[in-house]
Write a protein that binds this ligand. Sequence first.
Ligand code: C5P
Length: 229
Amino acid sequence: VNIGIVIPAAGQGKRMGAGYNKQFLALRDKPILAHTIGLFEESDYVSEIVVVGAEGDIPTIEELVSFYDLKKVVKICIGGVLRQDSVRTGVRALSPTIQRIVVHDGARPLLTLPAFHKFLKETETNSAAIMGVPIKDTVKQVDSAGNVLETLPRDYLRAVQTPQIFDRGILEEAHERASASSYYGTDDASLLEWIGHPVHMVEGMQENIKVTTPEDLWLAERILTMREK
Ligand code: C5P
């Protein structure tokens, strides 16, 4: 009932090629970021949301938050160069009363309330837990010249998504230690792994895609259409 959400949305969206932050692109009736924040706004387990945006996007995010009447957004912070810096800043901005934190990418607008609540229930007793889905493709490691080094056994591979949930203390410790040693990860769980803290994995949802390239936007539209039927 007292979960704080950090939404990193300070990416540049270079892979979308839209010329501006992909999270403001419309997905059906509203911007991607409005879908993402709206989900947590609706959850009774969530009491605070912090959104982290690029400096130049702050006015746009403020406008979006007021337009869609997102009352749980307590703070909009300026993000960093790397996702990790953005999350760290967001975590700091949550009230001290918040001891359980969920990090969720601004660019993942298709998470559903039932899936989020199932995730909360399944991870209740874990100090760190994440969502992942089985990999559909065969995954190989290559060298810089493009030669295949090995094929990784697929049964034990997962494509990792957000939400990721953490006890505040361990998340903060991992972020502080990683940044002090200039260790960078592409998600938050990797920082906990790096300090040797156990991370639990639960089954995510294939639909919970990260809208990164133009095809993803198309797919996201299709998924929403499918849900209406
Ligand atoms: O870059 P990537 O696709 O991993 O980004 C995942 C999420 O992190 C996106 O919602 C993006 O806006 C956010 N991000 C951020 N600050 C950065 C880079 C990415 O908040 N410096």
